[in-house]
Design a protein around this ligand. Sequence first.
Ligand code: AMP
Ligand code: SF4
Length: 449
Amino acid sequence: MSGIFGAYSAAGKTVLEEVYLGLYALQHRGQESAGIAWAENGHVASARGMGLLHNAVDQHGLSLKEGRCAIGHVRYVPIESSQLHNILPICANYARGPVAIAHDGLVTNITELSRQLEARGAIFQSTTNSEAILHMMAQKSHMEPVDALVDALKKLQGSYAIVVLLEDALVAARDPWGFKPLVLGERDGTYYAASESCALDIVGARLLRDVEPGEIVVIGAKGMKSLRVRQDNGERRMHCSFEYVYTARPDSIIDGRSVYEARKEMGRRLARKAPCPGAELVAGMPDSGTISAIGYAQAAEIPFEMAVVRNRYVGRTFIQPTQKVRELGVRIKLNPIAELFKDRSAVIVDDSIVRGTTAERIVSMIRNCGAGEVHLRIASPPVLHPCRYGIDTRKEETLAAVRMTLDELCKKVGANSLDYLTEEDLVAAIGLPEERLCTACFSGKYLEG
Ligand code: AMP
Ligand code: SF4
């Protein structure tokens, strides 16, 4: 997963610091590298690096530059593709001027497309989807840049939300299934495109709307124009349900639905489906389980306590790529308040179980506080299938719910009881029609069948 942000000022004001701020609000979507690109005197310029945004991009240096149009990217990648040359946006000056591209998602036919491009002479510097799109544009240099981009996007399969910087335009597009979120905002004649609406809030922009699945929005001096990639999927959409479970920030609104409200409703439904009579407190795994825990506590009429404290200055455990770092990370990051747990029966709510590492560690920490009982409740269904659309849910054989039965997993994590939300309740809690959601990592219902 990644976070993308773009800004274009019709009034000709510089937008570079706003892009920096927008990325800052999207840092939860990727902490491995960050980059910003803009057009400067007819050429593309960029600032980029590894790590968190403030390490990767020098904010002061950026404030000395100018650009009325800019895009940026924060990236999460598995360790194997964690390399300098894969930092986005990918930038080039081609026959038709400057171009920079940043995307979130996974183009499923990228290998085939890259082979075709290489056969026609393209030389790749990275293994990113964005670079393949760039080469496709470059090979159509007889076309206007926007037309070449539309032509390239038509060939992509799988998931993408993308922002593209052209000489004097910002383009934002979303795949026809709408897997990845992408919203549009505006403030004082500056237009924005962002992975999540929380990034619009930080720059004081108002949310205009979501980019529609299959839509290409071109923003330039003459305002906003909407084009379409392809739309042969009728009413079917594949908005990622995991965004509402885990990926997105709770203060974001995605495809018209508040992530906060969705998470709270997941908790309420979980309380009804998997009650825990006799429990004396409900606590959430911060931050992703907290809101569902509030919903659970309200519906179950059990007191909610902020009984597990998170060190705010440590990134998301899962996002730090290696297993070793991840194992250490949980201990660094979370600390239960012993007095609240001692001799009491507690319900612990987390958003999901992937490999089961987090659950096992947290239950053992709470047991070490002298808890009477620890009942684990998960505010999503079991993750049974890997994601094919850009979320790192790991290989099937590493997924805890694949490797073990519910009872075995409960024993392994050391809980008194363990239960999940049903797929039906997840869909109902998100509140979008079932035919508009992707639930493949839970249900196995991929696009192909
Ligand atoms: P695990 O320890 O492998 O079971 O991972 C589960 C924890 O990681 C949960 O508490 C989630 O908050 C978080 N998580 C779940 N899915 C993902 C994902 N695809 N990317 C990053 N973090 C995740
Ligand atoms: Fe999202 Fe899961 Fe679908 Fe991947 S498989 S897009 S994580 S819902």
